[in-house]
Design a protein around this ligand. Structure first.
Ligand SMILES: [Cu+2]
Length: 113
């Protein structure tokens, strides 16, 4: 718990001056072999915390363009902070092999200005 607080604190140093309100949380449910919701729309410069859960088995969640990833372990909530610092359309995907639909388990994050 102490470690989590420390990491969160370190991550917010750059935006402290903006007096950021509580970060927006987006809940994402993974299951074989989809994510919901999908697509996800974010606003540039507004950080979010993704709360990831899985309905069945161990899944991965990775957004390479934002250097964010997590393991989604059954029965737990995985939290990953994303700072959308560029406008565009970006792919997120499962990066843990999870069966026959794994290769197509992905989704889209659209970042708007
Ligand atoms: Cu997978």
């Amino acid at each position: 718990m102490a470690l989590g607080g420390l990491l969160l604190g370190a991550g917010t140093i750059g935006v402290r001056a903006a007096a950021q309100p509580k970060e927006k949380v987006i809940k994402i449910l993974a299951r074989r072999w989809t994510y919901s919701p999908n697509p996800i729309t974010l606003k540039k410069g507004v950080p979010v915390v993704l709360e990831l859960t899985t309905a069945d088995i161990l899944m991965g969640f990775s957004v390479p363009d934002f250097q964010a990833r997590a393991d989604i372990i059954p029965g737990k909530v995985a939290r990953v902070r994303v700072m959308p610092d560029k406008v565009g359309t970006f792919t997120f995907l499962c990066d843990i092999f999870c069966g026959s639909g794994h290769e197509t388990m992905n989704g889209t994050i659209t970042v708007v200005a």
